[in-house]
Design a protein around this ligand. Structure first.
Ligand code: P6P
Length: 327
């Protein structure tokens, strides 16, 4: 029986890979891990207690804010604030970023951007959902509250990024820029074990993930690409869960492409650059994949505002290149 490596052991083993003061970044990742275990526990009993109903308010997506969204957002922010290494957090659930005020946090060297519970409309139909996070070094001087410029950084500046998928099992997948590693939670022990070391995504694949209900609203190049996927000579598989983290994770492991293009109704697409597209692009590229808005590398986009959207094509390198060739 191969030795099981816990996430904590892995972080210690790989300390030297953290490009910055290792203790801080590993502490930061550990606080995200702790929050993910707390959120996982609530998700697993969501059907039992009445916290899946909508909280009534709306988030920036204009979506009904499910109570679990609010819960997850609070848990991740509390875990990050108590750590002291993070000077602020930006979240899909909050219109503006949150600059932490405690003395240690004012000197925190990092900021975190997160979609605490993506795909939350899937909660009450028991479809897999996920947490996405992105970590940057602050740009503003320590000792003062975080500033907007700390959060509006290109994806190439990320020092770590990852996601948690609350699926048939709960997994944490992350990278600090030295490859991608996946960990599976043993809920009976509350311990994540290394289950997908040095994860690489297949360079090509047969799975395409798009909401085909929008296809008439997409530019011709996207329609042409989808038609190629439906060519009976080399049939592909249409797999679309409606939960980005779940679609992304399956495609990462099996090979595939996820498409959320601009449409005539949403000229910049639906997905958010900073806390959905950039972190998954970081993971995809570290695993040998590719992520683009159709014309440029996602991580090269210069952010202008916290919740800006972007057309999004991500997955196996050859499939994304084939898509770009159609645009
Ligand atoms: P549509 C969920 O709301 C989400 O942000 C992603 O998780 C998912 O891939 C996408 O939107 C689904 O959007 O328009 O196809 O329902």
């Amino acid at each position: 029986m191969a030795k099981l490596t816990t996430l904590e052991e892995f972080i210690v083993d790989r300390q030297q890979e953290f490009p910055y003061a290792s203790g801080e970044l590993s502490g930061l990742l550990s606080s995200i891990v702790l929050a993910s275990k707390v959120v996982n526990r609530e998700i697993n009993k969501a059907g039992l207690v009445d916290i899946t109903g909508s909280a009534g308010e709306e988030n920036v997506q204009g979506e009904e804010q499910q109570k679990l969204d609010v819960y997850a957002n609070e848990k991740f922010q509390a875990a990050l604030e108590s750590l002291g290494e993070v000077c602020g957090v930006a979240s899909e659930e909050d219109d503006d970023f949150v600059a932490f005020k405690s003395k240690e946090a004012l000197n925190g060297k990092y900021v975190v951007l997160t979609d605490p519970l993506d795909g939350s409309s899937n909660i009450d139909v028991n479809v897999s959902i996920g947490t996405i996070f992105s970590i940057y070094r602050r740009q503003s001087e320590p000792g003062k509250p975080a500033e907007l410029r700390d959060f509006l950084q290109k994806g190439t500046e990320q020092i770590a990024a990852g996601y948690v998928i609350y699926g048939s099992s709960t997994m944490l997948v992350y990278s600090t820029g030295h490859g991608v590693n996946g960990f599976t939670l043993d809920p009976s022990l509350g311990t994540y074990y290394l289950s997908h070391p040095d994860l690489k995504t297949p360079s090509n694949g047969k799975i395409y993930s798009i909401n085909e209900g929008n296809i008439q609203l997409c530019e011709k190049g996207v329609q042409d690409y989808v038609e190629k996927c439906q060519d009976e000579k080399k049939p592909h598989k249409a797999r679309y869960i409606g939960s980005l983290v779940a679609d992304f994770h399956r495609n990462l492991l099996k090979g595939g492409i996820y498409l959320y293009p601009a449409t005539t109704k949403a000229k910049n697409g639906k997905l958010r650059l900073l806390y959905e597209c950039n972190p998954l692009a970081f993971i995809a590229e570290q695993a040998g994949g590719r992520a683009t808005d159709g014309h440029q590398r996602i991580m090269e986009i210069e952010p202008k505002e916290l919740h800006q959207r972007t057309p999004y094509f991500i997955g196996s390198e050859q499939m994304v290149k084939d898509l770009e060739a159609c645009l």
